[in-house]
Ligand binder design. Structure first.
Ligand code: GLU
Ligand code: ZN
Length: 337
């Protein structure tokens, strides 16, 4: 049986764009009679508020996107909330540090921008590896730099560690390759990504570490998420390998909704928050209908329930282009039945 997941981050209200990605993830699993986990990705504790968690769970339920495992609206914080799992992630960080694949870094964002002559990657300056062999211990790093160190993943070390002479296993190839169900074959060169953060200076795990540990321990076999996370998949595949964990086997990265200024829809677009749409009288069937039609799953724009889309669903119908939401589309959402 396949296992998929819905992984909301309650640092803001879920919006129409989130609804679209969650619908596709849900349909992919349900079409295959798969299991669905909901996991609350609230590692960024300062930004994740209880009322936003409650709101996200309520929004998903309202849309008719159900799940088999995980918290529901009204449930207390528990094992499917990342904030309760910090010590678990810390154990995996230690495992990486013990085999020389995690190192302490005291660079500030400015240091990295100044030191990096390399072209900037998708998340700003590519970290140039300054601290890879710099510090003997956390204490020394902190005392000499006056900065609380972060931990970074040693991408290069990961490649040599897995060289055939050492382990008898296949070397980690210089490019990380995987098949994407929407985009086709993808190859990413790790040197364009740089050594990424595993543990933050404010003593919180990074998204990359937490998501790998959770997807592996929760037995996730398929991941569908926004295309902004495509390069993260390359980072995560290297982490699964370094930690000896089983990676999901099926990946899909889907395009975004954009506003009329061609900006990716984001949490700042309060008017397109699901809670706001609901309070304004928009029905879940209109939101699902719009999300499905704009993804290529319906030939005409019409209200529909998520359940009705399960039978015919195919990722092959999901296009690769972002979709611009116009005033006309919004008027349709707000129209009464
Ligand atoms: N929690 C992430 C988000 O809301 C999704 C992460 C993932 O699917 O891996 O963007
Ligand atoms: Zn550094």
């Amino acid at each position: 049986m396949t296992t998929g997941r819905l992984a909301p981050t309650p640092s803001g209200y879920l919006h129409l764009g989130n609804a679209r990605s969650f619908l596709l993830a849900w349909l992919w699993s349900r079409h295959e009679d798969g299991r669905i986990i909901t996991r609350v990705e609230d590692i960024d504790r300062p930004r994740c508020k209880p009322e936003l968690r409650e709101g996200a769970l309520k929004d998903l339920q309202w849309l008719g996107l159900d799940w088999d495992v995980g918290p529901h609206a009204g449930d207390p914080v528990g094992e499917y909330d990342q904030r309760t799992r910090t010590e678990l992630y810390r154990r995996y960080l230690k495992q990486l540090a013990d085999i020389g694949l995690a190192y302490r870094c005291t660079c500030t964002r400015r240091d990295i921008e100044q030191a990096s002559s390399a072209p900037h990657g998708d998340e700003g300056a590519v970290y140039p590896g300054t601290c890879r062999d710099r510090w003997e211990s956390f204490e020394q790093a902190e005392a000499e730099s006056g900065i609380k160190p972060a931990w970074r993943f040693n991408f290069e070390g990961c490649q040599t560690l897995f060289s055939p002479s050492k382990t008898g296993s296949d070397p980690l190839p210089h490019t990380v390759s995987f098949h994407d169900e929407v985009l086709g074959d993808v190859s990413i060169d790790p040197s364009t990504l740089g050594d990424f953060v595993l543990w933050r200076r404010d003593d919180l795990p990074s998204y990359q570490l937490a998501v790998v540990v959770d997807d592996a321990l929760m037995g996730v076999t398929q991941v569908l998420r926004g295309r902004d996370l495509l390069t993260s998949t390359a980072r995560q595949l290297a982490l699964y390998r370094a930690l000896g964990l089983t990676a999901p086997t099926h990946w899909a990265h889907v395009p975004f909704l954009q506003d009329e200024q061609s900006r990716r829809m984001a949490k700042r677009d309060g008017d397109l928050a699901l809670a706001h749409l609901r309070d304004s009288g928009v029905s879940p069937e209109r939101i699902i209908g719009f999300a499905a039609w704009s993804s290529g799953l319906l030939s005409e724009l019409k209200p529909v329930s998520a359940q009705e889309l399960v039978g015919e669903f195919s990722l092959a119908n999901v296009g690769t282009d972002d979709f611009v939401v116009t005033a006309e589309h919004l008027a349709w959402l707000y129209a009464s039945e």
